[in-house]
Design a protein around this ligand. Sequence first.
Ligand code: ZN
Length: 317
Amino acid sequence: MAVFKLEPAFKDYIWGGTRLRDDFKKKCDFDKIAESWELSCHKDGPSTIANGEYKGLTLAEYIEKAGKSVLGTDCEKFENFPILIKLIDAKDNLSVQVHPDNDYAQRVEGEYGKTEMWYIVDCDEGATLLYGFKDTISKDEFAKRIADNTLLEVTNAVPVKKGDVFFIQAGTLHAIGKGILIAEIQQNSNTTYRIYDYGRVGKDGKPRELHVDKAKDVTDLCPAKSYPETPVEKYDGYTSKLLSSCDYFTTYAVDVNTKAEFDADEKSFLSLLILEGECTISADDSVSAKMGDSIFIPAGTGKVTVDGKCKAILTKV
Ligand code: ZN
């Protein structure tokens, strides 16, 4: 067993910025870096092991070699690796979009649906994102407003600040607004139905594809559900706050002041995404980690200590 540091895959979508290189010191030559896929077994952007005896293998190849037990018993119910964790730098608005649930996605796309969670790592003053509708609307009104480009009159724009959390159940209409840097924890899926793209063109000079019919099938035409905020739990050397818990992942915001201790038990692997500061993460061996680093710890590793001063997102299944 080991503590693995992961190298991400990068995406240069048109709305991306340069903060993942400038601030998070990611090694990527793309002009714009929209996303880094920090914990990924998805074929569209696998992450790779950066240290130890499995260095150079993709995370998926390592799991294949080491056996599925490194994912933990709670992962046995999933045929594929269940989650995908990204950093997203939205210099410009993302398209207004929706993701299908498992039933629809598996039937129509042959992969998982996508329920996701956003943690606002940083944002510009006045930044907003789009989250569901202001009020419930009819299917006819939805279709009409897509057709005549007035959808944004009925969608819910939410001002955001650092540390805010949004849970986006599959079917919830959403868009990340410009000037927001997000850590996204989602189901392992790359299925997105775009409804509105601000009239932009892609790299080839043509408007990006919209998927209006499928979006009409899967969009919940109502306000997004609100979730109560959970308390900050204080421990010796660190604090922890539950951000979300669903069928696919459980995430915590962890703020380490001096030292923290976690248990990578038999049930699930642990993922740590370091958002600020520096630390040393130790189990059988240890690695140093800093802002932007993604760490994978196999299930059954046991006690894991984090020494240093850092903020991180801790995810397990
Ligand atoms: Zn999304």
